[in-house]
Design a protein around this ligand. Structure first.
Ligand code: NAD
Length: 508
């Protein structure tokens, strides 16, 4: 199956074949678009955006809201496709993809008019004038997406960009292109302007062409290596961008953690979506006083997980999505075991069809191992014993990545104190993964996990240009500092500055 998928995904032709990773069955094929088709899509979106951008935010929200209505009407069809093309279970396809996007759409349709309303700035010195920030559309936003959440990652961004008044061109991953195309079908069924949102299918070159097509903003989600290329290409063209890149989320388990809750959370956080989540639990630092019991509980949980073709609806862990990724995972596991790690569950790729890697728990891990340093992006949870919480924080921060981090403790105040020391875009205490499903909270990383944020008022405003409008409050023929300059004006202004700058009530 692996080589079959590699062969079809890399065929030297102008078509890309999409394959069901659990069965190896081809699902369809799409064009590998070149610069000309991408440029034409951006041009169509630009024309459509002119009218769309003139609508007020409330009206845009009323229209976009129809997307979530249409999506829920077609939920089963979309879920079946996500299961087939992505390899995840129906529960995950509902919770983390279709349901998440419907909720995000409704959330922003309700709150965007307030979030994007002009904001008055009271001027502290020039009180005869007034300023306001207006959030105006950027133009055409290019969205380049990965395969691990082939619906919710791009469509959350698409919905927000549309509400912000932009046209959108989406380049879905070449591993899961059919989901991107089906998402546009839902959009069309919602009666939204056809040219305003376009989907261009293809590989990396298509993504590169999108950046070169005159877009005004780029939202990229993917690996650090590609993100570096995309950020450089955006930099050359001075296109502002959001970079949502890889993660290596640490779970710090304190001596006072509730071990039942912690083990359940780490099991789900490590193996949901076959561990192919940028915020999956990628390494565990367990205090020595609870390490052994925690390991036994996690191993016990993992041994009960059922893995298989997700289409059956009766499995907990589906298939991995991409054959190259399953090879990466196996390389990391074998290298860790060769360096002294112990595979308490899983640890070896079974034969047979389908991209299945068994849920694997590794103990005796050390910080020097690649499995503790590189992004695994697969169903593997490596665990390391630490002697103090301070050591755990230090090891958690010893990473080039900083997307999410998790702290488990019954003492929430201590958890919050530790959260301030951990270098990550989001720190969750006694939970994992879930905040991606909270559209009101910002999502994004520090260090090489990227920059900018998606979701939340911050992510919505990032999709807008900031226009500062400054206006007079009453008519005057001229300002004091206009021409002509004179000694009299100078003395007057100097007196005014001395008076104001020396006045504590004014400056503090
Ligand atoms: P990837 O970097 O291989 O590909 C992402 C997208 O970039 C694809 O659509 C691809 O075709 C396109 N691309 C490739 N080369 C390009 C180029 N030169 N110019 C423009 N576009 C190009 O990533 P992937 O394997 O699809 O996704 C997995 C990675 O994504 C993991 O590292 C994961 O952590 C990360 N990710 C991050 C987040 C987040 O929110 N931070 C979310 C999901 C996934």
């Amino acid at each position: 199956m692996g080589s079959a998928q590699a062969a079809t995904h890399n065929i030297a032709s102008n078509r890309i074949v999409s394959i069901n990773p659990a069965t190896g069955v081809p699902l369809g094929d799409v064009p590998d678009m070149g610069a000309e088709q991408v440029g034409a899509a951006v041009a169509r979106a630009r024309v459509a955006q002119r009218d769309w951008g003139k609508l007020d935010v409330g009206e845009r929200c009323r229209r976009v809201r129809r997307f979530s209505v249409e999506l829920m009407k077609r939920a089963e069809k979309m879920i079946d496709l996500i299961v087939a093309e992505g390899g995840k279970t129906p529960v995950e396809a509902l919770n983390t993809e279709v349901g998440l996007v419907a909720d995000l759409t409704n959330y922003f349709c309700k709150h965007a008019p307030r979030m994007l309303a002009p904001e008055r700035i009271g001027l502290h010195l020039l009180k005869h004038r007034t300023s306001a920030i207006h959030y105006v559309p950027r133009g055409v936003v290019g969205i380049i997406a990965p395969w691990n959440f082939p619906f919710s990652i791009p469509m959350g961004e698409v919905i927000m960009a549309l509400i912000a008044g932009n046209g959108v061109v989406l380049k879905p991953s070449e591993i899961t292109p059919l989901i991107g195309l089906e998402a546009r079908e839902v959009y069309l069924a919602a009666g939204l302007p056809p040219d305003l949102f376009q989907v261009v299918t293809g590989r990396g070159k298509t993504g590169a062409a999108l950046i070169d097509s005159g877009i005004q903003y780029c939202v990229f989600t993917g690996s650090v290596a590609t993100g570096q290329k995309v950020a450089a290409a955006c930099g050359e063209r001075l296109i502002p961008c959001t970079m949502e890149l890889g993660g290596k989320a640490p779970a710090i388990v304190c001596a006072d953690a509730d071990l039942e809750r912690t083990a359940a959370a780490i099991t789900w956080g490590g193996f949901a979506n076959s561990g192919q989540i940028c915020c999956s639990v990628e390494r565990v630092y367990a205090h020595e006083s609870v390490h052994d019991e925690l390991v036994e509980r996690i191993v016990g949980n993992v041994e009960k997980l059922r893995q298989g073709d997700p289409a059956s609806g009766e499995v907990d862990v589906g298939a991995m999505t991409w054959d190259r990724q399953i090879d990466n995972v196996d390389t990391l596991v074998q290298s860790a075991v060769a360096s002294g790690a112990v595979a308490r569950t899983g640890g070896a790729r079974p034969g047979g069809p389908g991209l299945f890697y068994p849920p694997t728990v590794l103990t005796n891990c050390t910080q020097a191992m690649d499995v503790m340093r590189k992004e695994i992006f697969g169903p593997v949870v490596p665990i390391m014993r630490v002697s103090s919480e301070a050591e755990a924080v230090e090891l958690a921060n010893d990473s080039h990545l900083g997307l999410l981090a998790y702290v488990f403790t019954k003492d929430r105040e201590k958890g919050k104190r530790m959260a301030r020391q951990v270098e990550a875009g989001t720190v969750m205490i006694n939970d994992v993964l879930n905040t991606y499903g909270c559209p009101e909270t910002p999502w994004g990383g520090v260090k090489m996990s990227g920059f900018g944020r998606t979701h939340s008022v911050i992510g919505l405003r990032d999709l807008c240009e900031i226009r500062h409008v400054n206006v007079d409050r009453f008519a005057a023929k001229k300002e004091l500092w206009y021409y002509p300059y004179s000694r009299k004006t100078y003395r007057l202004m100097l007196r005014a500055f001395k008076l104001l700058m020396g006045n504590k009530r004014f400056s503090l």
